[in-house]
Design a binder for this molecule. Sequence first.
Ligand code: SF4
Ligand code: SF4
Length: 188
Amino acid sequence: MNTINLSNNIDLEFIRQVTEESGENPSLCYQCGNCTAGCPYTEYFDYPVSQIMRLLQTGQKDTILDSKAIWLCATCETCTTRCPCEIDVAGIMDTLRIIARRENRVSEKDIKSFYDSFLNSMKQFGRIYEMGILISYKLKSGHFLGDAELGPKVINHGKISFLPKKIKGADKVAEIFNRFQQKERKNV
Ligand code: SF4
Ligand code: SF4
């Protein structure tokens, strides 16, 4: 776990951007620590989520966007549920990840590869196609043999189908993705 350094210049534009994009007000946070106390992944974070909030309040853009924490967050929303100020902390973590992606500052490349594979599957089929995600992730990450021993088990239990199944209305799901991607391009 790192000690936070608040001595860098305050990036007011970054605070404004996160506030606007998340629709949340980080200045309401009074550092009670409830979010961190409930976060199931805090032991793996370089900065616990309450420290991310403090870094955000003080506009420490570089520290936040280069952190592992924003990528290791599993969006479980425990922090949001526990916050006495009703801040959607998980939503802020999501926004920080989106900004980090946009600025091409990805500290955990494998996690981004998994997200990309997952989202591509959703866009294409309207649901996840496990085998497609698996192949795409392996190709992107280069971890060809990782967890290979699990393959036969999940296949034998019928958990993975070899062919994709499209849901009815998959084109509508694709439209949602296209709208978001157009909006993202305008934000660059
Ligand atoms: S949403 Fe992320 S930061 Fe919040 S409790 Fe879950 S893992 Fe931790
Ligand atoms: S629970 Fe809410 S108020 Fe408490 S530290 Fe986390 S974000 Fe701040």
